[in-house]
Write a protein that binds this ligand. Sequence first.
Ligand code: ADP
Ligand code: CDP
Length: 214
Amino acid sequence: MGFLIAVDGPAASGKGTIAAKLARLYGYPALDSGLLYRAVGVRLLAEGGDLSDVAAATAVARTLDPAELEKPEVRTRAAGEAASRVAIHTPVRECLRDFQRAFAAQEPGAVIDGRDIATVIAPWAPAKLFVTASPEVRAERRWRQLTAQGEAVEYADILADIRIRDERDSGRSDSPMVRADDAVLLDTSEMTIDGAFDAARRIVEAARANWSGN
Ligand SMILES: Nc1ncnc2c1ncn2[C@@H]1O[C@H](COP(=O)(O)OP(=O)(O)O)[C@@H](O)[C@H]1O
Ligand SMILES: Nc1ccn([C@@H]2O[C@H](COP(=O)(O)OP(=O)(O)O)[C@@H](O)[C@H]2O)c(=O)n1
């Protein structure tokens, strides 16, 4: 198994940004695991399905095509909400698990960001970060991001979304969002993107120095 960097954390904490930069730094492939759940939610809704219909959501997860992760629709506010609603279904998570585990194990290394990478997908990961920030800061970042993408959204509504999603993601019974005991907490509330990346890089370098692999 390679040097896997697991980057977990709540919505809009900056974990994807950090994961992408670490992947570039080390020359590893990166997987944004949230896109898998977003793509399931988006297709289910497009087919007129119900997000609480476990069988229908599982059928979509089983037939997910990588091209669906590239669609701009998976990056919308509604897709984030839909993702967290299909992500509570155990059979949906099971359908997506093998792909993530195979991605995680590749040599010489990989970076995956999500909610349960360090706890469920790859507890063996040599480097684990739990990236967070206050709900207000995350809402501000998500509001800016969605506005820049052309979505008309209000800050107050995005803050409410963030709070609901935090509760749903950390309260579900299967693979809840939680910091792994051995994951390093990185609170980016007061950090710039460069500052957060620098802190993440130092955490990963320390983990690499302790790693018994190549
Ligand atoms: N430290 C930071 N300071 C300001 N903006 C940030 C920071 N980290 C990320 N962002 C921005 O916030 C938004 C959400 O970041 P992203 O990495 O997609 O979060 P996540 O993957 O946790 O949902 C993006 O537009 C990103 O550019
Ligand atoms: N490894 C993962 C990744 C995402 N998810 C779910 O998918 C949703 C969307 O994830 P995301 O990472 O794209 O969300 P943001 O953090 O970008 O808003 C989350 O709210 C989780 O419910 C998950 O359950 N497990």
